[in-house]
Design a protein around this ligand. Structure first.
Ligand code: NAD
Ligand code: TYD
Length: 340
């Protein structure tokens, strides 16, 4: 895997993964293709231009011509697909972009793999495709039961990729990762939203009773898992990525407030997200058998994440002042009683 196309590489996990991949001395070329939606940010890739192996191209994975033209000039051994619309709440407000990127975009990339002889396709999927799991842990063989437009579109992309292995013999691998947190996460997701609100002394909006359970994984741990699956995953196989921790939203918010020395009175229980999945939990035995272990537990993960946002206000402040404001008002205005 010496030449890579990384789609969605200007987003949160993608940009962290690109930094990790560029540490490999045997890597000859790494091209990022990213549409630069509201979530894509060239600041996430700052400094990488100095590496002659790195190239950034702005473009849409759902556009056949863009992808074809790129692969004609930049033959690659593998595509690692991070590109997606990624926020559940936005998918509730408007699912259309989710279908275009998370389903049609994956189809365009898969067809391009066939047309240009790309050796391996890694689809970065999510534990959300299993739907709400009230007891036990999802294994890779469990049926998918997504419950939001986001997770339904991700499930479609994930299954489509696997169908290209069964039908056309394409070398496809899929990862299904847990909730990931760390540097460069757009502050719409719960963790960076709570951290940046807490720093600004604003309320933390907690959906419902605050008892929904997630397994928070540090982005470096998730990135090492994706790198391992790219190198050592078996064709046509799926690998869950999880930390085996069960953290509810109130616990997450309390940990953030304690680390920032902010009062618990900033917590606001607000109207729930429609279709809010109560719990996700994956069994990552299969990935662990390849040699992966998370390096951080929840305590260390949340501490490192809070510290990064504390140190990098110059990164998130312009985001909070931009498109984000309108989105925040639309999603939380009524919930928090904020007038425009
Ligand atoms: P993100 O929203 O931060 O980044 C997505 C990136 O994709 C952005 O740079 C955006 O510009 C780009 N993009 C969107 N549409 C595109 C298109 N049509 N063509 C090209 N680029 C496009 O997302 P993230 O949190 O980094 O997630 C990355 C991947 O990991 C997604 O596929 C997501 O489903 C998956 N995932 C995320 C988590 C998580 O907790 N964040 C957990 C498991 C899996
Ligand atoms: P989020 O980061 O959006 O990830 P997920 O894709 O798992 O929903 O949310 C994590 C958890 O936090 C989830 O149970 C929903 C909850 N949540 C809130 O309580 N308030 C919020 O403002 C947000 C964005 C999420």
């Amino acid at each position: 895997m010496k030449r890579l196309l990384v789609t969605g590489g200007a987003g949160f996990i993608g940009s962290n993964w690109v930094r990790l991949a560029l540490q490999r001395p045997d890597l000859e070329r790494l091209v990022v293709l990213d549409k630069l939606t509201y979530a894509g940010n060239l600041a996430n890739l700052a400094g990488l231009d100095a590496d002659p192996r790195f190239r950034f191209v702005q473009g849409d994975i759902a556009d056949t011509e863009t992808v074809g033209r790129l692969l004609e000039h930049e033959p690659v051994d593998a595509i690692v697909n991070f590109a997606a619309e990624s926020h559940v709440d936005r998918s509730v407000l408007d699912p259309s972009a989710f279908l275009r990127t998370n389903v049609h975009g994956v189809y365009v990339l898969l067809e391009a793999c066939r047309a240009y002889g790309v050796g391996r396709f890694l689809q970065v999927s999510t534990d959300e495709v299993y739907g709400a799991v009230l007891v036990g842990r999802s294994t890779e063989r469990d049926p998918l039961a997504p419950r939001s437009p986001y997770s339904a579109a991700k499930a479609a992309g994930d299954l489509l990729a696997l169908s290209y292995h069964a039908t056309y013999g394409l070398d496809v691998v899929v990862t299904r990762g847990a909730n990931t947190i760390g540097p460069y996460q757009y502050p719409e997701k719960a963790t960076p939203l709570f951290i940046t609100n807490a720093i600004d002394g604003e309320p933390l909006p907690i959906y419902g009773d605050g008892k929904a359970i997630r397994d928070y994984l540090y982005v470096d741990d998730h990135c090492r898992a994706i790198a391992l699956v790219l190198d050592a995953g078996q064709p046509g196989e799926v690998y869950n990525v999880g930390n085996d921790e069960e953290i509810d939203t109130l616990t997450l918010a309390e940990a953030i407030l304690a680390l920032l020395d902010r009062p618990r009175s900033l917590i606001r229980l607000v109207e729930d997200r429609p279709g809010h999945d109560r719990r996700y939990a994956v069994d990552s035995t299969k990935l662990r058998a390849l040699g992966w272990r998370p390096e951080r537990d929840f305590e260390s993960t949340i501490a490192a994440t809070v510290e990064w946002y504390r140190q990098n206000e110059a990164w998130w402040r312009p985001i909070r002042n931009g498109e984000f404001r309108e989105f925040y008002q639309r999603l939380y205005g009524k919930r928090l009683g904020i007038s425009e």
